[in-house]
Design a binder for this molecule. Structure first.
Ligand code: ADP
Ligand code: ASP
Ligand code: MG
Length: 411
């Protein structure tokens, strides 16, 4: 039997009625002749609640116990989905990560999948089970402890299963009917894209479009998984949604395909560091060791042998960054005058494979922002993206103005 992977996100399993609705879709694919692997998230809001419990109990928590707690939301929906399918006379069984087993490394809270041996589930399909309902987001470490894959990780569970079982397709059911030119919650004129190239989706996801977890796109790209994003609330349509596919299959030829916004950014400046060989290594080495994900970096011109170094990182890592830099200073690794952090910034990014061949995108972006009176704090570019840091309060304004200027509302 061909295998299909269907993933239902938190909003798609938020109530028993919604689970029933999702189960009906699964039943339809079983009737179409598939063996189905269903990957479920926790009911929406559940994981946030569990994370809150952990933080309240233990602010400097043990990551192994964090995983023990936050992985539990998915266990509930996996069991309920299996029961709902059984009530519809569809032979179904639930699987927690460790039962599969979905093997990960030991990086609790952000574990990476290492292997999914398919034998156990395939044996059950061989015995007549039609649907394996897998709890998303969780796995088991080499030490035998439960791990989680980072927020939004059920997407990655789904794609990894599609790769391991050579599924015909991996369908990601969510609360929007596809990938849009930008977050439709920010820009109502956002347009649904029929197709997005893997490279573009990778950038959009890592730059803030949380519709897919970045790692899921990486895996789909590496293993050639046919990945589709579609709504679990709309009527059934076999051609619905957005297909994430190879660049060659894209016909659209605009320089910009999409805009991503990330509000959870911070900008930190080390004032007056010595401008000498090795200073960047001395600063960013300890930050990396402390697990700070530094993104953009700028070094200003130097005056009398001193310079300012500015970088951006996720806003929830500011305290960790401060502690690492202060410790390095105390150790005498390097010196600096002041450490200024701006925690009210957002990153706005334009993404498009068309940028490779069309120039002038950056200049136009800067002009649009300046016409709106928005100051740019940091700029970073790569082959297919341009990102800027701006004041967070201008996030919506910037996205909407750029969406208009690059005419993303029309195909
Ligand atoms: P799920 O719970 O199904 O995993 P998520 O909340 O993680 O769903 O992701 C879906 C959300 O992603 C949408 O509701 C939307 O607000 C947001 N989003 C951000 N950028 C985009 C985009 N470019 N296209 C579609 N949705 C986007
Ligand atoms: N429930 C987890 C989260 O909210 C995983 C997921 O939904 O993908 O992050
Ligand atoms: Mg998600």
């Amino acid at each position: 039997m061909p295998i299909l992977v269907m993933k239902f996100g938190g909003t798609s399993v938020a109530t028993l009625d919604k689970i029933k609705r999702a189960a009906k879709r699964v039943g339809r694919e079983v009737a179409n002749g598939y063996d189905v692997i269903v990957v479920v998230s926790a009911m929406s809001g559940e994981t946030n609640k569990l994370v809150g419990y952990v933080n309240e109990t233990s602010p400097m928590y043990d990551a192994r116990e964090y995983d023990a707690v936050v992985s539990s939301g998915e266990n509930v929906t996996a069991g309920l989905m299996a029961l709902t399918l059984q009530e519809m006379d569809v032979p179904a069984r639930s699987w927690q990560g460790w039962q599969v087993p979905l093997k990960t490394n030991s990086a609790h809270g952000a574990a990476r999948i290492e292997e999914i041996p398919p034998e156990n589930i395939l044996a059950k399909f061989g015995e007549g089970m039609k649907v394996a309902v897998v709890a998303g987001f969780q796995g088991i470490s080499p030490e035998g402890r439960i791990t989680t894959l980072g927020r939004g990780g059920s997407d990655t569970t789904a794609v990894a299963f599609a790769a391991a079982f050579e599924a015909e397709r991996c369908d990601i059911y969510t609360d929007v009917d596809g990938v849009y030119t930008t977050d439709p919650r920010i820009e109502s004129k956002a347009r649904k894209l029929e197709k997005v190239a893997f490279e573009e989706m990778l950038e959009l996801a890592s730059l803030g479009a949380k519709v897919l977890q970045t790692r899921s796109v990486e895996l789909a790209m590496r293993y050639g998984v046919r990945l589709r994003v579609l709504s679990s609330f709309e009527e059934y349509d076999p051609n619905a949604g957005t297909l994430i596919c190879a660049e060659e299959d894209i016909v659209e030829n605009k320089p910009v395909s999409g805009i991503a916004a990330s509000r959870e950014e911070a900008k930190m400046t080390l004032v007056s560091v010595a401008d000498r060989p090795g200073i960047a290594a001395a600063i960013f080495g300890p930050l990396a060791e402390a697990g700070v994900n530094v993104d953009m970096i700028i070094q200003n011109i130097s005056e009398e042998g001193r310079t300012d170094m500015t970088f951006s990182c996720p806003v929830d890592q500011v305290n960790r960054a401060k502690a690492a830099l202060d410790a390095a200073k105390d150790r005498g690794a390097f010196n600096f005058g002041e450490l200024i952090s701006d925690t009210e910034v957002a990153k706005i990014s334009l993404v498009g494979i068309g940028m490779r061949s069309q120039s002038g995108v950056a200049a136009k972006m800067f002009k649009v922002l300046s016409d709106e009176g928005i100051n740019i704090k940091v700029i970073a570019t790569s082959e297919i993206k341009i990102s800027v840091l701006i004041d967070r309060k201008y996030t919506e304004l910037a996205v909407q103005a750029l969406h208009d200027a690059f005419e993303l509302n029309v195909a």
